[in-house]
Design a protein around this ligand. Structure first.
Ligand code: ATP
Ligand code: MG
Ligand code: MG
Ligand code: MG
Length: 466
């Protein structure tokens, strides 16, 4: 089943205009990367831009959650459902329909045999605990014991620290009792048994810099459904990485390593991390972001170096990521033709970055392991700084390595060293990264001076599933 096409066709048949995916680097200084389908419509929601005609849109948006408010970098490899780069299918109402229709559309698409055809008895939904209206609408479709109420943490969605937001209602798919392993695998837990597939956001507020919620001129609808999760469900696999969207990467990595992917092997997460990061790194490079010491380019480097370290763990000692680009082009080149036209450039930049890091990774890991031997619970922050400064280990890479060993980092000591060095270098990448400046966007535009990206945006959107 071609899920992307089915979704976009369904909403077009309900009067929504098909809008192409916008770039991963948004024209928005408050956001590091496009982290949801609504990002390109932000100004319409807030009333800054006029309401388009028709006041309904649908899209399949590539999203990146590796920094900022919604950061899934640390989940990748550990959960069955998170990627750094994923596609979000969405339908949007700009001061047009509200809860009643949003729920009716979602229900029809999820359960009707013409569309997703998911068994009703496996569906659960959540609403914000204050939202009786949504609760009463859901009652018409689903038995009350499968409607749950949660607070702000789960059922209040916001794009970032500022911007449009509102209570939300989410649809979950129960993957079955056999996936109950811990208390996290109940509804509302962080486990993967109850898989969140679709979030319906009732956009009603805009949060300002002081944190105050101001009502929007008119309530709107913003929804997001993760394509990779739905593909996994329809293909009958529990883990997103075992669907046809990811298996070819795992197989290819197995070839390069000389050991086929085996989910039960202790190193299987490394395969999945590499597959995930290959996608996000390639898309960022294809869209004009380059490896850098700061800003978005530094996030790109952090993702890449994490992937390289996982390759190292699997025994690889020379550049390998660039060898996976052809697999990406096979899988996604039809939908994203700029991946095809930029494949060689992507490989070249990747390989250079790999060569650079492979020069120091061995010595860095040796230093790390030696220090580990002297470590009880807290890793020396000055050594972490040396890893960063001399061996090119981003802080979050060292933290990731320590997390595997259940060891904390003396972050204060690291920061002290960093502060001292900051006087000379402008290492402004610390923190969440939300403070990225518009400078990046301008650079990106310059990098795209041929309007290539715009060309892509105006092209007809092919809706073939990968
Ligand atoms: P989760 O609780 O699983 O982390 P979320 O609540 O953070 O998901 P939303 O912000 O509500 O996700 O995004 C809307 C939808 O996008 C989700 O319901 C899910 O289907 C999909 N999605 C979100 N994050 C990811 C991700 N990292 N990888 C793949 N799909 C995702
Ligand atoms: Mg999340
Ligand atoms: Mg959630
Ligand atoms: Mg959610």
């Amino acid at each position: 089943m071609d899920i992307r096409k089915s979704f976009l066709d369904y909403f077009q048949s309900k009067g929504h205009k098909l809008i192409p995916s916008s770039p991963l680097v948004p024209d928005d200084p408050t956001l590091m990367f496009t982290n949801a389908g609504m990002v390109q419509f932000k100004n319409i929601f807030t009333g800054e831009a006029p309401i388009p005609n028709p006041p309904r849109a649908t899209s399949s948006q590539t999203c990146l959650r590796a920094g900022g408010k919604h950061n899934d970098l640390d989940n990748v490899g550990y959960t069955a459902r998170h990627h750094t780069l994923f596609e979000m299918l969405g339908n949007f109402s700009f001061a047009d329909y509200f809860k009643e229709e949003a729920i009716a559309y979602a229900w029809e698409f999820v359960t009707d045999e013409k569309y997703l055809d998911l068994p009703v008895e496996k569906i659960w939904v959540t609403v914000h605990d204050s939202d009786d209206e949504a609760y009463d609408i859901w009652k018409k479709y689903i038995s009350e014991d499968r409607i749950m109420r949660f607070g702000d943490k789960d059922n209040f969605w916001q794009m970032g620290d500022t911007g449009p937001c509102g209570p939300c209602s989410e649809i979950f798919y129960d993957q079955g009792e056999e996936h109950f392993h811990s208390e996290e695998d109940i509804m509302g837990g962080e486990g993967d048994r109850f898989l969140e597939i679709w979030n319906l956001v009732f956009m009603q507020y805009e949060r300002d810099e002081k944190g105050t919620l101001n009502p929007l001129p008119k309530p709107s609808i913003d929804t997001g459904m993760g394509l990779e999760r739905v593909v996994a469900i329809k293909e009958g696999v529990f883990n997103n990485y075992h669907s046809s969207l990811f298996m070819p990467f795992l197989e290819k990595i197995g070839e390069l390593v000389g050991k086929p992917y085996d989910f039960d092997a202790p190193n299987s997460a490394s395969y999945r991390v590499i597959a995930d990061h290959l996608r996000s790194v390639s898309f960022l490079l294809a869209q004009g972001v380059n490896f850098d010491k700061e800003g978005r380019g530094y996030v790109l480097r952090r993702i890449m170096r994490r992937a390289i370290r996982h390759g190292y763990l699997l025994g690889l000692r020379e550049p390998f990521m660039y060898k996976l680009v052809d697999t990406l082009v096979d899988l996604m080149g039809k939908q994203y033709d700029y991946l095809v036209s930029r494949a060689e450039a992507i490989k070249t930049s990747m390989k250079m970055e790999e060569e650079r890091f492979f020069e120091t990774i061995e010595a860095g890991i040796k230093l790390f392991n030696e220090e580990l031997k002297n470590t009880q619970d807290v890793f020396n922050g000055e050594v972490a700084f040396k890893l960063y400064d001399t061996f090119g280990f981003p802080l979050d890479l060292t933290e990731d390595m320590l997390r595997e060993k259940n060891i904390r980092l003396d972050i204060d000591a690291f920061n002290k060293k960093m502060e001292a060095q900051k006087a000379q270098s402008k290492a402004n990448w610390k923190g969440t990264g939300d403070a990225a400046t518009t400078g990046d966007f301008k650079l990106l535009k310059e990098a795209f001076n041929t309007n290539e990206f715009v060309g892509y945006e105006t092209q007809e959107v092919t809706t073939k599933v990968l």
